[in-house]
Ligand binder design. Structure first.
Ligand code: BGC
Length: 811
């Protein structure tokens, strides 16, 4: 696997100067964070950019296209190479150079780029500064998606955007929205879902939130970055239909709905070429078909040919400087581009259009608008948003005989080292520097009585066994600790003394490595299974309940689920982890999260299990090619179509109350009368039939008729989360599905189509629609939604449908 140690923890160099500069140039003096900073449309800034570009030399334009690179001595961003830098921010991922040409009257400040997605990733301290610059640690992407609450996702986006603005960051390198194709992708925690509608809708909401604060989002990684193994070179071979319907669809939704100001291409190759070097992807599909108006940047050190990137429409190359990827050409990227320009290998026209697209967005930034930079975000208010998102995202997977909620004050025997070493998020560039993380033990202690002997045992064990390491790419400090072995005799004592057992298990994961289907990762270790068995045996013998809390980066095996009474899936909940878990366990908050990915019965059931992470076709010891054999049958699309039993289905989650779905109806259908611009509207009433207030995420699955192309058994086409409904209260929900999002991709004809026939719509609490009666609507004649670029994203020469392995047959 190739990784580059390009992101060592950044210690500050130039920042002491930056704050002085803020004062000198009068930038960033307005920290009124309530006023949206951008009120004019993209065309307005494009016109401004064009006017400025007309005054710029070819060299000045080229300087915009390439980031400043790294200082090769300290291995930090080379701030000295950033043109017109008016405010360096420590610990950021990079900059976009500005332009300063006083003769021509051009003065555009450089823009600041910082990572995410679980918050704004900057250094919490700055050289020569006594203050701190902590960012709120929000729940990871997967947990945010499990809220199924786009309004809440927008609030999270706005809070993160506000912090960016306050701290002088212009482009937030988030959200990550790749499809969770396989549970073992090391970066799944940063991503939302196995379903493109969920991914697209949450990404659009986060984008709208952040951009309402005048801070760009950078949706990433475009496209098909679904594994970390040899991520900079692996060639993902994907049928155009699977690309369109699964891997690009969420990006399309986010682009068309929210117009992110930036988009980051991915490291991987796609059907034979680096994504950043594919004009069909970055220009024809993204811009010409979807109408994307923002800038496109490369991932850090991605690809191998800057000229090809710029020609393809990948406007901005990051981090710039020397690219040492792929054993590469070590000539400075800017020099390479200038040489290509001199030699006529790249035209001024290409340089001008790339530069215009960059400048258009850079002009919108808070730095250039002269707002923000007060370094004083309301961290308390944002902590509340983080906690609310964590509480709404956690999924109650099991609750037999009302094991939960636990009456406050009860005595809990809390097992598992993760109650102390609680994970707020994963590692790598997605790791945010929050001021604190509330551990699950601390959260529980605020609402319950923890068995003090057991708590001391874990505290002592952690103190003696904790280890601090750095992740594979030198970004995160990882505190880990092996699981403690509690003897069966001791467990019996706790079972006698305490009211209930809560076992917390954790799994970390991070950028640059995939997870494995092994004990201690996807599978439980023997120690963990023994812990569950021994605790369950002892507590059940006393007539007491056992609850498991999963503080995990992604899906794990749940073959042990029958042994316990309750399971709360907490994923990686951000800095408020402990209080959010405690609120859900006590009933102070009612769970309303639902799975945005399937928990299979066994890892082997995953349709990509046998092919993940690809093959070493040239037998050089490194995986190089990854065939996406399962095509469109990813996640529930596979399990439902091929009747594969699962542990917990996509869309599933329990509550402390119950909901009834009734009055499902097709309220209107303009598909025949309006064709490609028509839509179908489904309505239903959701009633809280239980005893406590709760929210419900209702989902609409469509079973499309067998027309010209095969379809999955059901596909999610709309969803909504109710308001908090008091016991007995009801809400009427309306779901409108435009023809465009109902469509399937007919790759024989390069068309999005809605086949003729009868459609069944299930308004359902999860993707398991087996007990739901569908309502139907019909389409009389096939509707062609749009014709797409012929030949775009085609399979590489020589690869045909028969090159893919058949990984499943109908059961
Ligand atoms: C990651 C991106 C990240 C960038 C800058 C890359 O390694 O893939 O997600 O935004 O680094 O830190």
């Amino acid at each position: 696997m190739t990784t580059y140690n390009h992101k060592v923890k950044v210690t500050a160099v130039a920042t002491a100067v930056s704050l002085v500069l803020f004062g000198l140039v009068g930038c960033n003096s307005d920290s009124d964070n309530t006023t949206p900073t951008i009120t004019k449309d993209n065309a307005y800034y494009k016109a401004q950019a064009e006017a400025l570009i007309a005054k710029m030399s070819a060299d000045e334009k080229m300087n915009l296209l390439i980031g400043p690179g790294y200082d090769m001595t300290s291995f930090t961003i080379n701030t000295a190479a950033v043109t017109n830098l008016k405010g360096a921010v420590d610990g950021t991922a990079g900059y976009i150079s500005g332009v300063l040409n006083t003769n021509q009257g051009v003065d555009v400040a450089a823009a600041v780029l910082a990572d995410g997605p679980a918050g704004i990733r900057i250094s919490p301290t700055r050289n020569g500064e006594s203050g701190t610059f902590y960012a709120t640690g929000f729940p990871v992407g997967t947990l945010l998606a499990s809220t199924w609450n786009v309004a809440l996702a927008k609030e999270v986006g706005a809070a993160a955007g506000n912090e960016a603005k306050e701290y002088g960051v212009d482009f937030w390198l988030a959200p990550g929205m790749n499809i969770q194709r396989n549970p073992l992708n090391g970066r799944n925690f940063e991503y939302y879902s196995e379903d493109p509608l969920v991914a697209g809708a949450i990404a659009a909401a986060v984008t709208a939130g952040s951009q309402s604060e005048g801070v760009a989002t950078t949706i990433k990684h475009f496209a098909a970055n679904n594994s970390e193994t040899n991520r900079m070179n692996v060639d993902n071979i994907i049928s155009p239909r699977a690309l369109r319907e699964i891997y690009l669809r969420g990006f399309q939704y986010a682009v068309e709905t929210a117009q992110p100001w930036a988009l980051m291409t991915s490291y991987n190759k796609l059907n034979g070429a680096y994504t950043s070097q594919r004009a069909d992807l970055v220009t024809q599909v993204l811009r010409d078909e979807w109408g994307y108006q923002g800038l496109v940047m490369s991932d850090w050190f991605a690809g191998d040919d800057p000229v090809a990137q710029l020609k393809a429409g990948n406007d901005l190359i990051q981090p710039g400087g020397v690219n040492f990827a792929n054993g590469g050409n070590h000539t400075d990227y800017l020099t390479r581009v200038k040489t290509a320009f001199t030699n006529g290998d790249i035209s001024e026209e290409v340089i001008t259009s790339d530069a215009t697209r960059i400048l258009t967005q850079v002009l919108k930034t808070t730095t250039n608008q002269g707002v923000g930079g007060g370094n004083n975000p309301d961290l308390n208010a944002h902590a509340q948003i983080s906690k609310q998102a964590a509480e709404e995202g956690m999924v109650l997977l099991k609750n037999d005989n009302q094991a939960l909620p636990i009456t406050p004050g009860k005595k809990i025997a809390a097992f598992g080292i993760a109650q102390i070493n609680t994970l707020k998020g994963g590692t790598g560039s997605g790791d945010v520097h929050s001021a604190y993380v509330t551990s699950i033990a601390d959260g529980l202690a605020r609402q319950f009585t923890l068995d003090s002997a057991l708590k001391s045992f874990y505290d002592d064990f952690f103190a003696a066994n904790k280890q601090e390491t750095t992740d594979g790419i030198g970004i995160s400090t990882i505190v880990s600790c092996v699981e403690a072995d509690v003897s069966a005799t001791d467990i019996a004592t706790y079972a006698a003394n305490d009211d209930i057992a809560v076992i917390t298990l954790s799994r970390n994961s991070g950028e640059s490595a995939d997870r494995t289907d092994s004990a201690g990762d996807y599978q439980l270790t023997t120690l963990e299974t023994n812990l569950i068995t021994n605790v369950a045996t002892a507590f059940h013998a006393q007539g007491k309940k056992v609850v498991v809390v999963l503080n995990v980066a992604g899906v794990i095996d749940t073959g042990w689920k029958d042994q316990v009474d309750g399971i709360l899936l907490a994923y990686m909940p951000g800095q408020e982890a402990g209080d959010a878990v405690a609120d859900l366990l006590s009933g102070a908050a009612n769970p309303s999260g639902k799975l945005a990915q399937t928990f299979p019965a066994s890892y082997d059931d995953v349709p990509s299990a046998s092919s993940f992470t690809g093959v070493d076709s040239d037998t050089d010891g490194t995986v190089d090619t990854n065939y996406y054999n399962e095509g469109i049958y990813v996640g529930y699309r596979y399990y439902d179509t091929f009747n594969q039993e699962v542990s917990f289905p996509f869309g599933y989650g329990l509550s402390y109350t119950s909901f009834e779905y009734k009055n499902a109806a097709v309220a209107s259908n303009t598909l025949d009368s309006q064709g490609a611009t028509g839509s179908v509207t489904v309505t239903a009433t959701v009633t809280n039939t239980g005893g406590v207030t709760g929210k419900e995420a209702a989902q609409v699955y469509i079973a499309a008729p067998a027309g010209t192309i095969a379809k999955p058994a059901v596909e999610l086409k709309a969803f909504a989360k109710t308001a908090a409904l008091e016991a007995g209260a009801a809400e009427d929900l309306t779901f409108t599905i435009p023809a465009k999002w109902l469509a399937s991709f007919d790759d024989a004809n390069n068309q999005w189509i809605v086949d003729a026939g009868t459609y069944q719509a299930y308004v359902s609490p999860s993707s398991d629609v087996s007990t739901t009666t569908p309502v139907t609507f019909t389409v009389s004649n096939k509707i062609v939604i749009s014709n797409t670029t012929a030949g775009a994203l085609a399979l590489p020469t020589g690869v045909t449908a028969s090159s893919f392995e058949t990984v499943f047959t109908a059961k």
